[in-house]
Design a protein around this ligand. Structure first.
Ligand SMILES: *Cc1c(COP(=O)(O)O)cnc(C)c1O
Length: 413
């Protein structure tokens, strides 16, 4: 097999759609529907006996080429591109849970995932038990006969906690529940889910994949698993499709019925992002490590969290699972909320905004923004103090980032 970068740039020769003009870029197939030679071909396509394109809510050549390249990146069994990271998460959970079922989820979650779990799923009678996966016994104790999956994020945001994936995947195996991982913060380039018993991986491709935050998108990957048979909602599909039970349920039912398709234009932008994925991630990890280490030595900084630093409580886990390349997020604590605001307001290169894994460095105060609706008590339990700032490091020259931070630190007291 060719190397990762070659595959991300050229795709799989058998799956490109160049047409007669031999375009070096996959064209944007900006069409809703497709023509057929005769009625029999239409019939075959509708019966699923051919893989002809029928309608772009179901599949589209540009989107499919992105799926092929993402599958190659992840070493996955299957890959489905969807309209956003939230579409990846919601359609996945709805493919495996019925009313009365539950999932056991990390309490440290992306804000909208938390909202989906506590509001949308609750109204459907699907319950989420929140646990602290730093304590695997808590995960185990909360699994009951109605539990279908354990859900966690590869590194938590903004706490930047790293879990012991091997232990959690053992529990999932023993209890015959699926392990679902949100790998948005690292991507399969930095964390290879298939090595640690993950059954389903979800990704916000808005982040690292798009590169430069050009478009919203998501992906769902499946890996080799013998657990599909234990999920009641997948029973029928398991009889029909065996190992492809979940993948078919997702693609043919939830994805199509919810209508959460990725647009061809966005698929094209994300393919462009993929071509430089490893270069950007390598550089961002280098910048972030360098900045985190430098920030630790600044007098006004109370605490820095970045797990490739030896001072991090997650250093060993991070080394084991990610080879100490841990993405763009750095946690920084100052003395007070006022100091955080004054510091952020004084920054000139680093922008105040909510995205990350972007080419541009961005900073936010999570407690007063993303988590502003939570009570102080819940924020405490989720380890989101109002002295914490989340810095998403970008691709700028490291000296410019340092001098920007330095002049801003000088302005606070
Ligand atoms: C951004 C993000 C999402 C949601 O992705 P969208 O593409 O914005 O829908 C989900 N999980 C994590 C960890 C994220 O960072």
């Amino acid at each position: 097999m060719k190397g990762l970068n070659t595959r991300l740039i050229h795709g799989d020769e058998n799956d490109s759609y160049q047409g007669d003009v031999r375009s070096l870029k996959t064209p944007v197939f900006q069409t809703a529907a497709y023509d057929f030679e005769d009625s029999a071909s239409v019939e075959r396509a509708f019966r699923g006996e051919s893989d002809s394109f029928v309608y772009s809510r179901i599949s589209n050549p540009t989107v499919r080429e992105l799926e092929v390249r993402l599958k190659s990146l992840a070493n996955a069994q299957s890959s489905l591109s969807v309209s956003s990271g939230m579409a990846a998460i919601s359609s996945t959970i709805l493919s495996i849970c019925d009313t009365g079922d539950n999932i056991v989820a990390s309490k440290y979650l992306f804000g909208n995932t938390y909202s989906f779990f506590t509001k949308t799923l609750k109204s459907l009678g699907i319950y989420v038990k929140f646990v602290d996966p730093e304590n695997p016994a808590e995960v185990e104790q909360n699994i009951d006969a109605q539990t279908r999956a354990i859900f966690l994020e590869v590194i938590t945001n903004p706490q930047l906690i790293v879990f012991d994936f091997e232990r959690i995947s053992e529990i999932a195996k023993q209890k015959k529940v699926l392990l679902i991982l949100d790998n948005s913060l690292l991507t399969p380039y930095l964390f290879q889910s298939h090595k640690y018993g993950v059954d389903i991986e979800v990704l916000s491709t808005t982040k690292f994949i798009s590169g430069g935050a050009t478009s919203i998108g998501g992906a769902v990957f499946t890996y080799l698993s013998d657990k599909w048979q234990y999920i009641p909602k997948l029973q029928e599909n398991f009889q029909m499709y065996g190992n492809a039970a979940f993948e078919k349920k997702l693609r043919k039912e939830l994805f199509s019925n919810l209508g959460c398709c990725l647009s061809p234009q966005n698929a094209w932008l994300q393919m462009l992002g993929l071509e430089t994925l490893t270069l950007r991630i390598d550089r961002i990890c280098e910048n972030a490590h360098n900045l985190a280490s430098w920030l630790s030595a600044q007098e006004k900084v109370q605490r820095v969290e970045y797990s490739s630093l030896e001072t991090s409580p997650y250093y060993q886990l991070s080394k084991k699972y990610f080879n100490s390349k841990v993405g763009c997020l750095v946690g920084v604590e100052l003395k007070s909320k006022k100091q955080c605001f004054d510091f952020m307001d004084a920054l000139k290169v680093i922008r105040r905004g909510t995205n990350f894994c972007d080419n541009k460095s961005m900073i936010i105060h999570p407690s007063s923004t993303i988590y502003c609706d939570l009570s102080d008590e819940t924020k405490d339990s989720f380890k989101i103090p109002n002295t914490l700032i989340r810095l998403g490091v970008g691709l700028e020259d490291i000296e410019d980032l340092k001098s920007d931070i330095q002049q801003a630190l000088e302005k606070i007291n």
